[in-house]
Design a protein around this ligand. Structure first.
Ligand SMILES: [Ca+2]
Ligand SMILES: [Ca+2]
Ligand SMILES: [Ca+2]
Length: 95
């Protein structure tokens, strides 16, 4: 008898964020992003196109907002917009 097998399967299911049957660094990154709400610039609990808009506006208006500085390089620029897009695409966070 192997204890925890069913639970392990559930955990694997939960951790496989992109549902490709494997747990790798992409899944890990998504879990971390979700846990830390990286990319949730407007703090509404979801990472979506609204967050991309906020980052884009900050870039256009030369506003430095630490939440918009997604790569933590001290600038809010096109790179952060790209990161926001990457986080928002294909990731449906529903609470
Ligand atoms: Ca995966
Ligand atoms: Ca948001
Ligand atoms: Ca940045």
């Amino acid at each position: 008898m192997v204890l925890g097998t069913e639970r392990d399967a559930t955990m694997i299911n939960l951790a496989d964020m992109d549902r490709n049957g494997r747990i790798n660094s992409i899944d890990l990154q998504r879990i971390i992003n979700r846990a830390l709400k990286i990319g949730d610039v407007n703090d509404d609990g979801v990472v979506d196109s609204n967050d991309v808009s906020v980052v884009t506006e900050n870039v256009l208006n030369n506003v430095y907002d630490y939440r918009s500085d997604l790569n933590n390089d001290g600038n809010v620029d096109a790179e952060d917009v790209q990161i926001a897009i990457n986080y928002s695409v294909g990731d449906t966070i529903t609470g």
